[in-house]
Ligand binder design. Structure first.
Ligand SMILES: [Zn+2]
Length: 112
């Protein structure tokens, strides 16, 4: 389950950031998760709770902010949502597209 590894790195970053602002505890964390990361929200919450145990993040509320996958087509200049991992322009069928969002996975903010 890749959520475990992702959560571990998120917590590592979070602990570093918390340390920087000299936080004693964290009450709420907002994480941006791109659609293409294929993260299961339940698994992420479960892993978060598990890895947060005995750290200053323990008991923090995890808020998952989903980012839909979007791309721009170089053929017709349209921007569109990518659904079901279909990397093709839905207007002109071009495969010459550029991903503009959907691969995010980072801590957006946290509250102490
Ligand atoms: Zn197109």
């Amino acid at each position: 389950m890749h959520e475990a590894a992702l959560t571990q790195s998120l917590i590592k970053v979070l602990l570093t950031q918390a340390d920087r602002v000299k936080a004693n505890s964290i009450s709420r964390v907002t994480v941006k998760v791109g659609q293409l990361k294929a993260v299961e929200p339940q698994s992420l919450s479960f892993c978060f709770e598990m890895f947060a145990k005995d750290t200053l993040i323990e008991g923090a509320q995890l808020v998952i902010d989903h980012v839909p996958a979007r791309a721009t087509c170089h053929g017709c200049r349209r921007s569109f949502d990518i659904s079901r991992f279909c990397f093709r322009c839905d207007a002109c069928q071009s495969r010459n597209i550029e991903l503009i969002q959907g691969e995010e996975l980072f801590i957006e903010s946290f509250e102490t």
